[in-house]
Structure formats: structure tokens, C-alpha cells
Ligand binder design. Structure first.
Ligand SMILES: Nc1ncnc2c1ncn2[C@@H]1O[C@H](COP(=O)(O)OP(=O)(O)O)[C@@H](O)[C@H]1O
Ligand SMILES: [Mg+2]
Length: 537
């Protein structure tokens, strides 16, 4: 029986403490990731863990979850001291962590994955009992999934839903979510927040990791801010504001990004098409038409923004352009040359760079070091290779320079890339893709998961690329980002493209309307490029 710890909280209510972490210290080679951190989380609250990338959030929660051993400090759960801790024991005590990079097994079905989780927590349940239980959870929280789908077929948002359902099937009392909205659209995020609220109302405890201020303000009862491995403080929702939290996170004011961007946005050269895409048709993994007759051009010195709610064909469109997905019909021309059926490597040689959405799977080679990953797209060329001999010294020197310039926090350039935090992996990919001298950069949700400072840095790099005469296709779910950077904006809806429209002809409301309805409001007289649907099979 656990000791009941209570504390006088708001409104004279007694609240039970679910988690207490005291003086947590965790060192990695060359860095103190958690420097004497205290954390108290009440039962039945949504507790935000806020801080920029590399602040130590994931590390602290990996310790709570038993994934990492602490160097010193104490952990109490519902009043009871925890010792010789492991993920398995954590599971048995009802703690589940929905990690940033999902832990599901792609070649198993949703049901099988959930089953595995339950078995892992030491419980026994039949297939039938399990599907009944999942049905209940689906209905109660509005979390819909198809149990028979394979996990590899799911979008990132769907995988997260599966992880959440799995946690609930296992009767989790404490659910830790690590940057859960990174893979969600704004609407899905709102739905998630509602679900978290409901769970908290049922005495479940939620720890919500984020680097986004407004999310913490919107979703949490209390917010703990970490900065550079240290705890800055914990605030009630009522006493937190954007200004206070910004100051806690960064310790200083931040320049006005919008101003910076607007003053740097140049007009593109609309007579020079770098890329033309004509009547492109592409299928999804599940075999349906994901891209249906899309056509557009990208000009020199232009950022073309493509926005849309996830799942409207953006991903397949991007993959087709960069050579990762088969084109069923259509033509892609770059600088007058038909590149429709060129390989990825040939496209790289023709100056096309790619920043993928799925960083760990597609953006880096997991088994390789930071330096190797930074040279991945150019290791076969001078100065990195001469006569088939790779010059390692040169590769390492090149990596040192990029790590400094792009502020990639890594234990060293020889460290495995997997030891980096998600944000730092993204900075590494951006560093590599921007420094191969691209003529056309195709970026898919490039700043998701990045903190504000890195986002600003990346935006500056994009604008610098465009100023040098390059072009960018920016596919993003961050409407603000598209509006701030793009010369023209197009909307993907149901596999078709609306636009592109000149930036000055649209505003946030109009684009939002297009994203959710797929058509223009009656009164608007903007000419749309409507694809031919009659050829659909
Ligand atoms: N396994 C590891 N080995 C070495 N360094 C690590 C490891 N995990 C995290 N770090 C480092 O510890 C710091 C904190 O990382 P992390 O907890 O992932 O931050 P956050 O989740 O707040 O972005 C970072 O500088 C990161 O590079
Ligand atoms: Mg993290």
C-alpha cells in the first residue's frame, strides 16, 4: 500500500502527488543533460514539460520511465520510493511513455502491436477480449483505428493514436507524451488536447512534453520549464503567460521573426521556371490515388509554399518529385530536361535536395556517425574522395564546421547520429541539404519539432538560398510559416492542387478555408487550376 502524500494546492483542495523526482542528475559524455532537477506532478493533472530542443526533457522522462539510469537523485511514485527501475517495472506500475519516435513494429498489425504491449506489461488477455476493450476505448475517447491495418500503412498521426490506445488498454495511470503534436495537424492536436483533458478528469496523470509555448498554455494545468538541463520553475496555468514562459525558456527576448522575414522576401523571376510538374498522378501505399492530376511550376528565386491538412497527398507528391515514389502518369521537367524517371542519385546530381518529414527513417542513416551523415550526399566527390579513396580527415573537418554553424548539439562528430535529440537530427539534415549547393530544395515540414531559435535560423537559410538564385518547395502544415516565407502558396486537398496563388492575393482565412473545404468561397474570383478528374480510374 502506498503512502498517501498530500499537499495544500489551489482552492484548499488536497491533491495527491503522483510523481516526485528529486535532485535528478544525468550526464552524457561532454554534457549534463539533467542538472539537479526536481519535479512534482499531481494526480489528475496535465503537466507540461516545456523547453527548447536539448533542454533535457526527453532525458528526464526516459529516467522516469526506466529507459535511462540516473547518475543521482530519487524518484517517488504515488509516495513510494522507486529503486532498480526499468521500463518493464514502470509498465507494471502503470506508466506508459508515447515516445517521439514510435516503438511500434511496422510489419505487424495494429491489433498485434497492442497485444504485444499488453503481454509486455505482464497481463493476459485473449484476442477477443482485446478487441472488445479497444472498441470501448475508441468510443469513449473518439480514438478511431482499424485493428487489421499493418502499422507500416499508418500515418504518423495514426501511429500515435495506436500508442495511446495501447496505453489505455494497459490501464496506464501515468501517460508521458513526448512532443506528441509534432506529427499532428492543428485540428488533430486540438482533439488530442480534449482527450488529455478527459483522461485527467478520470484521475489519470499526464506529462506532456513540448517546446511550443502556446501548446503548453492551451493544454496544461501546470507547466515546468527546463533550460539547458536545469529546471527554471513550475507555474500554474493562471500565472503563466507567453511573455513569462518565453523569458523562462530562453532567458532573453527574441527578435521579431515576422518583421525579419517580411523585409527579406523578394520577388521571384516568374519568367524562369526551374521545375515544371504536369498532370502528375501518384498512388499511395494503400493503392488509391493520392495525387490526382497535379500541375504547377516553380520559378527561380522563389519559395513555393504547399499547405494542406496531412493526408491530402502532400507526402506522395513530395516523394514523387524527389524520386522516391513511382509516377503513374505525368511529366516533371527541370531546366528543360525531362527528369520524370531519374533515380534519387541522379536527381541529387541535378541539384535537387530533400528534407524529409520522417527524419529518422529517411533523413539519416541510423547506424552512421554525425560526420558520415553530414557527408552522405557528397562522400563520393572531391574534396571527400579522390580516386575512390575516402578522405576521413576532410569529412571530419567538414562536419566540425557544420556542427558549429548549424548549432548541432552532439557529443562529437564521431558519435552515432542516433544519440542526438530529434531537433538536432533535423538541424543535421538541414545542414547537409543546404550545403550541397542545391538549386531546388524540397522540404517537408522542415521546422516541425524545432525550437524557435532553430526555426528562425532555418528560415534565414531558406531566404539566403533564394537570394543566391535557388528555389524552394516548402510543404508545411504550419500555415504561419508558409505565409511568412512563400512567394506563392498552393493548397493540397483530396489529391488535387488549388493554386498556386500569389502571396498578396491570399490571407490566412482564405487559405484555411481552402484547406478545410477544398474550394473557394462563392464571392472570390480567383482562377483555379482545376485538374481533369475524368481520367481517374
Ligand atoms: N543517449 C545520449 N547520449 C549522449 N547525449 C545525449 C543522449 N541523449 C540525449 N543527449 C544529449 O542530452 C541533451 C538533452 O537532450 P534531450 O533530453 O533529448 O533534450 P530535449 O528532449 O529537451 O530536446 C542534448 O544535448 C542531447 O544531445
Ligand atoms: Mg526531446
Amino acid at each position: 500500500m502506498s503512502i498517501l502524500k498530500s499537499q495544500h494546492a489551489n482552492g484548499g483542495e488536497y491533491k495527491r502527488i503522483a510523481v516526485e523526482m528529486k535532485g535528478i542528475v544525468k550526464r552524457f559524455p561532454g554534457i549534463v543533460a539533467n542538472d539537479n532537477i526536481d519535479l512534482t506532478v499531481y494526480e489528475g493533472e496535465v503537466h507540461g514539460l516545456l523547453g527548447e530542443n536539448g533542454a533535457g526533457k526527453t532525458t528526464l522522462m526516459n529516467i522516469l520511465y526506466g529507459q535511462l539510469k540516473l547518475d543521482s537523485g530519487e524518484i517517488y511514485l504515488w509516495g513510494e520510493r522507486v529503486s532498480s527501475w526499468s521500463p518493464k517495472k514502470a509498465l507494471q506500475r502503470g506508466i506508459v511513455m508515447v515516445a517521439q519516435h514510435f516503438r511500434l513494429i511496422p510489419r505487424l498489425t495494429v491489433l498485434e502491436n497492442i497485444m504485444l504491449g499488453v503481454i509486455g506489461s505482464g497481463k493476459r488477455i485473449s484476442r477477443h477480449q482485446l478487441s472488445v476493450k479497444v472498441k470501448e476505448i475508441e468510443e469513449r475517447y473518439g480514438l478511431k483505428v482499424n485493428l487489421d491495418n499493418y502499422v507500416w500503412q499508418l500515418t504518423a498521426g495514426e501511429k500515435q493514436r495506436v500508442e495511446l490506445i495501447r496505453a489505455l488498454v494497459m490501464d496506464a495511470r501515468l501517460i508521458i507524451l513526448d512532443e506528441p503534436t509534432t506529427v499532428l495537424t492543428p485540428i488533430e492536436s486540438k482533439t488530442l488536447f480534449k482527450i488529455l483533458r478527459k483522461l485527467a478528469g478520470e484521475k489519470k496523470t499526464i506529462i506532456f512534453i513540448t517546446h511550443k509555448l502556446w501548446e503548453a498554455l492551451e493544454a496544461c494545468d501546470r507547466i515546468t520549464v527546463l533550460r539547458k538541463g536545469r529546471k527554471v520553475g513550475t507555474l500554474d496555468r493562471e500565472s503563466a503567460s507567453q511573455e513569462v514562459l518565453t523569458h523562462m525558456m530562453f532567458g532573453q527576448a527574441i527578435e521579431d521573426i515576422a518583421l525579419y522575414r517580411n523585409s527579406h522576401r523578394k520577388s521571384c523571376e516568374s519568367d524562369k521556371a526551374v521545375l515544371s510538374v504536369r498532370d502528375l498522378w501518384v498512388k499511395s501505399d494503400k493503392g488509391y490515388w493520392a495525387v490526382r492530376g497535379v500541375g504547377f511550376e516553380v520559378y527561380r528565386c522563389e519559395v513555393l509554399g504547399i499547405v494542406g491538412i496531412a493526408g491530402n497527398g502532400q507526402e506522395e507528391l513530395v516523394e514523387a518529385i524527389v524520386g522516391l515514389r513511382k509516377k503513374e502518369r505525368g511529366v516533371i521537367v527541370k531546366d528543360g530536361l525531362d527528369i520524370t524517371n531519374l533515380s534519387v542519385r541522379e536527381l541529387i546530381l541535378r541539384g535537387i535536395s530533400y528534407v524529409p518529414e520522417d527524419r529518422l527513417e529517411r533523413g539519416v542513416a541510423r547506424g552512421l556517425s554525425v560526420a558520415e551523415n553530414l557527408a552522405l550526399k557528397s562522400y563520393w566527390k572531391p574534396p571527400f574522395a579522390r580516386k575512390h579513396l575516402v578522405n576521413w580527415e576532410q569529412i571530419h573537418r567538414h562536419a566540425e564546421v557544420l556542427v558549429g554553424r548549424f548549432q548541432i548539439k552532439a557529443p562529437g562528430v564521431k558519435a552515432p547520429v542516433e544519440t542526438l535529440s530529434g531537433g538536432n537530427i533535423q538541424r543535421l539534415i538541414l545542414a547537409r541539404e543546404l550545403t550541397v549547393g542545391p538549386q531546388l530544395l524540397v522540404a517537408h515540414n522542415p521546422t516541425f519539432g524545432l525550437d524557435l531559435k532553430s526555426t528562425i535560423e532555418f528560415h534565414k537559410e531558406i531566404l539566403a538560398l533564394v537570394e543566391r538564385g535557388g528555389s524552394v518547395i516548402l510543404v508545411t502544415e504550419e500555415l504561419e510559416e508558409a505565409l511568412a516565407l512563400s512567394n506563392r502558396i498552393a493548397v493540397m486537398f483530396d489529391g488535387m492542387m488549388l493554386g498556386p496563388f500569389k502571396r498578396d492575393e491570399v490571407n490566412r482565412e482564405l487559405i484555411g478555408y481552402l484547406m478545410t473545404t477544398g474550394r473557394l468561397p462563392e464571392r472570390k474570383k480567383v482562377k483555379l487550376a482545376v485538374p481533369d478528374r475524368s481520367r481517374e480510374s
